[in-house]
Design a protein around this ligand. Structure first.
Ligand SMILES: Cc1cc2nc3c(=O)[nH]c(=O)nc-3n(C[C@H](O)[C@H](O)[C@H](O)COP(=O)(O)OP(=O)(O)OC[C@H]3O[C@@H](n4cnc5c(N)ncnc54)[C@H](O)[C@@H]3O)c2cc1C
Length: 378
C-alpha cells in the first residue's frame, strides 16, 4: 500500500531514527504525510553516531549502479544542505588518500583513472602539494596523493537532530525510548498496527524498517527474512585542544577525520579485523591512536575520549535493501551500509515511492524482493 495508491492517506511509522529513518521521515513530513518516528533509544545515537561518516562514491566501484547511487547520494547531501542549512553537520572539504608501497600506489592511480573516466572529479597531487593542504601530515616524500574534491564528511548525530526537528515542526510524532516489539497484520497480510515496548499500540498503514543493524529482527516481526552480514567496526573519538586536520583522509593504515572543533575520529579496517580475535576495546583504541599519531604527530597530546564497536547494517549481498516488500502490503525497508552517504537519497526516493506508489529505476538493483520470503510467511 502507498499513500498515492488511491486509498486514504496512510499513517506511516518509521522504525529507527538514524540517518536513514530521519531522512525518510523528513521527506515524508514535508509532503504532508502523517508520520510517527519511533526509536528504541534516542534519535541519532545508533551506528550513525559511530560511523566514519565519509561521504563518497570513490570506494563504491564494485558495481556501476551502486556507484551511481552513491554519486546521487553526494548530490542529495548538497541539496539537503541548501534546504536545511549546513551548520554543524555538513563538511564538504574533500578527501585525501595515499599509499606508501608501489602496489598500493598503482592501485590508487588505477582507481583514480577509472573514476575520472566515469566523470568523477579527482586530482593527483604530489606529497608536497598535499602537505600544503594539510601541513600537519607526515607522509613519504615521493608518494602520489589522490584528492577527491567533491567528497565530504558528515556529523551524523547533528544531521539526524536537524531532520527530526524539522519533521516534528511539520507535524510528525516522535516516540524516543520505545522499541517496536510487534507489528500486527490484517487478513490480507497488510500492516495494521505497531506495538511499542511501553505497551502502546498504534494504528498504522505503513511501516518503514530503518532499524539499522537490528533490521533483520524488525523484518522478522512480519515473518520476513532479511539476511544480514556480521561486520563490526571500531571507532574512536580523540579529544584535542585544536583539530590539526581540515578534511577526511585515508592514510595507508589509518583513516582520520575532524569531528567538530575539539575532536578527531579514527578508524582502520586493519584494527576492525582484531575485534573478533577478542582484543580488548581499550587496546583497539590505543592502537588506533598510535597509528594516527604516526601520521599526524600534532595529535601527540590528544586523548582517547570514547570508543565503540558498532555493527555495519549490511544486507547479505553487500547492497542496500530499499523499497516495498509486495508480499507484506504496507511494509518497506530502508537498510544500508554506506548509509551516511546514501541517507538523503534513499530518504528522497523511498518517500516518493511511499507517496506516489512509483518505483524509481535508480533502486532497481537494490530491491528487497531479491531476498525471497520463506514459504509459509504470513
Ligand atoms: C565502523 C563504521 C564505519 C562506517 N563508515 C562509513 C562511512 O565512512 N561512510 C558511510 O556512508 N557509511 C559508513 N558506515 C555505515 C553507516 O554508518 C550506516 O550505514 C548508517 O549510519 C546506518 O544508519 P541507520 O539509520 O540505518 O542505522 P542507525 O543509526 O543504527 O539507526 C537505527 C536506529 O534504529 C533503532 N532501532 C533498532 N531496533 C529498533 C526497534 N525494534 N524499535 C525501534 N527502534 C529500533 C536504533 O535504536 C537506532 O537508533 C560505517 C559504519 C561503521 C560501523
Amino acid at each position: 500500500m502507498s499513500i498515492g495508491s488511491g486509498r486514504r492517506p496512510g499513517r506511516v511509522a518509521v522504525i529507527g531514527v538514524g540517518v536513514l529513518g530521519a531522512s525518510v521521515a523528513w521527506n515524508l513530513s514535508r509532503q504532508g504525510a502523517d508520520v510517527v518516528l519511533i526509536d528504541a533509544r534516542r534519535p541519532g545515537e545508533g551506528v550513525t553516531n559511530w560511523s566514519f561518516a565519509w561521504v563518497n562514491a570513490s570506494n563504491k566501484t564494485v558495481r556501476k549502479s551502486y556507484f551511481d547511487l552513491n554519486v546521487a547520494g553526494m548530490a542529495a547531501h548538497r541539496e539537503l544542505a541548501t534546504a536545511i542549512g549546513p551548520d554543524s553537520w555538513w563538511y564538504p572539504s574533500g578527501h585525501l588518500r595515499w599509499a606508501d608501497d608501489p602496489a598500493g600506489a598503482t592501485q590508487l592511480l588505477e582507481r583514480a583513472e577509472l573514476l575520472a573516466n566515469w566523470g568523477y572529479r579527482v586530482e593527483v597531487l604530489t606529497a608536497a602539494e598535499a602537505r600544503r593542504l594539510e601541513p600537519a601530515l607526515v607522509m613519504p616524500g615521493e608518494v602520489p596523493v589522490v584528492l577527491y574534491p567533491d567528497e565530504a564528511w558528515v556529523h551524523g548525530r547533528h544531521l539526524v537532530g536537524r531532520l527530526v526537528g524539522q519533521a516534528v515542526a511539520a507535524g510528525a510524532g516522535l516516540r524516543p525510548g520505545c522499541a517496536v516489539c510487534d507489528i500486527g497484520t490484517g487478513s490480507d497480510g497488510g500492516v495494521r498496527t505497531v506495538v511499542l515496548s511501553d505497551g502502546t499500540r498504534l494504528d498504522v498503514d505503513i511501516v518503514v524498517n530503518a532499524a539499522g543493524p537490528s533490521a533483520s529482527e524488525v523484518a522478522a516481526l512480519v515473518a520476513r527474512q532479511l539476511p544480514m552480514r556480521r561486520e563490526p567496526g571500531v571507532v574512536t573519538r580523540v579529544g584535542c585542544v585544536q583539530v590539526p586536520i581540515d578534511r577526511v583522509m585515508h592514510a595507508p593504515r589509518i583513516e582520520i577525520r575532524p569531528d567538530g572543533d575539539a575532536s578527531v575520529v579514527l578508524h582502520s579496517r586493519e584494527i576492525d579485523a582484531l575485534i573478533d580475535a577478542g582484543e580488548e576495546v581499550s587496546e583497539l583504541a590505543r592502537m588506533l591512536h598510535e597509528l594516527a599519531r604516526n601520521v599526524v604527530p600534532a595529535l601527540g597530546d590528544s586523548h582517547i575520549a570514547e570508543t565503540r564497536v558498532a555493527h555495519r547494517p549490511i544486507p547479505a549481498d553487500g547492497f542496500p535493501s530499499v523499497g516495498a516488500v509486495p508480499s507484506v502490503p504496507g511494509y518497506y525497508e530502508a537498510v544500508s551500509h554506506s548509509g551516511i552517504t546514501l541517507g538523503p537519497v534513499i530518504g528522497r526516493l523511498l518517500a516518493a515511492e511511499i507517496v506516489s506508489g512509483k518505483r524509481d529505476a535508480m533502486l532497481a538493483d537494490f530491491r528487497p524482493e531479491r531476498f525471497a520470503m520463506p514459504t509459509g510467511g504470513r
